[in-house]
Design a protein around this ligand. Structure first.
Ligand SMILES: Cc1cc2nc3c(=O)[nH]c(=O)nc-3n(C[C@H](O)[C@H](O)[C@H](O)COP(=O)(O)OP(=O)(O)OC[C@H]3O[C@@H](n4cnc5c(N)ncnc54)[C@H](O)[C@@H]3O)c2cc1C
Length: 258
């Protein structure tokens, strides 16, 4: 799960066009809360929940440990935070490399759950890149998830049809915001999280060369950014002579809403 700048804050870019992450509070990406929730639900529905371990993993700067803590408070069993200054400015390719190496180090993983996209970069490519790097099948954008033993069935909602896909674990999955509301950490969960194991890995712990990550080796480069223009004032339709309804209809028709 990704630690991202708060999307409700006023976000800025640095001189080198990377996101100014120090100027804004960070948090666990809202879309990743759905992945945490689904992982917890699969654990709760398992025949022997005590045998299922939910591990929250993030690759993020130092403050990103807060994202792991949030997942622990929600109910994850343990956390892993990969933090290393050399990772700053990494693109999706390098991020997926570090994540894959961390998952390999964690070991016997049956299901890698991701969000449908991060709320900052929102490329939706990391889960597919992870599947490729780990040589695992992938099921993306799941909206309903069922498991039986090592068999997984998911629904994927398209524009004109819903697909039902079957796969065998181990696999990589990304889940949408249609999977169901994520739980809030309870007071008990917050207290329990303080005692849960949380490991920090550096690149050398993972056997990743610092020269394979970071801005200087990124395959993509943000060349320019333009702030979105401020929202213009809305059009107010007043109804003094009974013509308000038709003015409203004309306005909606002009925008092709009706
Ligand atoms: C330490 C660090 C520093 C970075 N610095 C910069 C920077 O300076 N400027 C800049 O523009 N970008 C930076 N990035 C962002 C980086 O380019 C993106 O993380 C990467 O390209 C992934 O793309 P995305 O966020 O669009 O992921 P998506 O493909 O949209 O994410 C899909 C899902 O993949 C998982 N995922 C994605 N990233 C992570 C992660 N890091 N940890 C755990 N799970 C993840 C999540 O479940 C997420 O919902 C940095 C990333 C890291 C990790």
């Amino acid at each position: 799960m990704k630690y991202v700048p708060d999307a409700t804050a006023d976000r800025q870019f640095e001189q080198d066009k990377t996101v100014d992450r120090d100027g804004v509070d960070g948090l666990l990406s809202e879309l990743d809360e759905y992945a945490v929730e689904q992982a917890l639900q699969l654990k709760e529905k398992a025949e022997s929940p005590e045998d299922v371990k939910v591990i929250a993993l993030t690759v993020a700067p130092e403050a990103g440990v807060d994202a792991v803590r949030k997942a622990l408070q929600m109910g994850a069993d343990s956390g892993v935070h990969v933090a290393d200054e050399a990772i700053a400015g990494s693109d999706a390719i390098a991020t997926s490399l570090v994540l894959a190496k961390a998952i390999e180090k964690i070991g016997d993983v049956d299901l890698v759950m991701c969000g449908m996209a991060s709320t900052d970069g929102s490329m939706s490519v990391v889960p597919a890149m992870l599947a490729e790097r780990l040589d695992l099948p992938q099921v993306t954008l799941a909206s309903v998830i069922e498991t039986q033993g090592d068999q997984v069935r998911v629904k994927r909602d398209g524009d004109v049809a819903t697909e039902v896909i079957g796969a065998t674990m181990p696999l990589v999955m990304s889940v949408t915001d249609q999977t169901g509301e994520a739980r809030y950490p309870s007071f008990k969960g917050i207290m329990a999280a303080k005692k849960k194991p949380l490991e920090t890995y550096t690149l050398s712990d993972l056997g990743v060369d610092a020269g394979d990550v970071g801005l200087s080796v990124a395959w993509t480069e943000v060349q320019d950014t333009t702030a979105r223009p401020p929202r213009s004032a809305g059009e107010i339709v007043t109804d003094e002579d009974g013509s308000g309804a038709s003015a409203l209809v004309d306005f909606l028709a002009s925008k092709k809403f009706i």
